[in-house]
Design a protein around this ligand. Structure first.
Ligand code: SF4
Ligand code: SF4
Length: 136
């Protein structure tokens, strides 16, 4: 369903599956070295984690349902919900799946490929000649 199809005056959230309650995103330092990207690769090995870049800021996204999200999509702790939930509005929320990021990564392999494209070659172990950070 599109925003425009929601009846006038209706609460948008009543037509949603609680999308904004199913993840959180935190800004992280912009990765600049192989070690930085290796850390991000490790984050992403934990499963339901992705990354996006918007206006040159990198964000780590953890896809996890809030424990208070009820089966019908309503908030189970509405009266005592955190301030971040109170401040959030439907004005520019993700009701429609039309979000588009400057960059979006869904797997450790993707972030490693990106690092290989933008960084100089990895340093090599002098004795073995192998890259210092193991490839995925
Ligand atoms: S604020 Fe937007 S994304 Fe969150 S539940 Fe309401 S309609 Fe869905
Ligand atoms: S506290 Fe309520 S509004 Fe906030 S994320 Fe959890 S279910 Fe959603």
């Amino acid at each position: 369903m599109k925003r425009a199809d929601v009846p006038k005056g209706a609460n948008l959230c009543e037509y949603c599956t609680g999308k904004c309650c199913r993840y959180f995103a935190l800004p992280i330092e912009t990765p600049e070295t192989w070690e930085d990207f290796d850390h991000i690769r490790w984050y992403m090995m934990h499963g339901r984690v992705s990354l996006f870049v918007e206006e040159e800021t990198w964000y780590l996204v953890v896809h996890a349902d809030c424990k208070h999200l009820m089966d019908d999509g309503r908030c189970g702790t509405y009266v005592t919900r955190p301030g971040i939930c109170r401040a959030y509005t439907t004005d520019e929320c993700e009701f429609e799946d039309d979000a588009c990021y400057e960059k979006y990564f869904e797997s450790p392999e993707q972030i490693w490929e990106y690092a290989e494209a933008v960084l100089p070659p990895r340093p090599r172990e002098p004795t073995t000649g192998l890259p210092v950070l193991a490839s995925v």
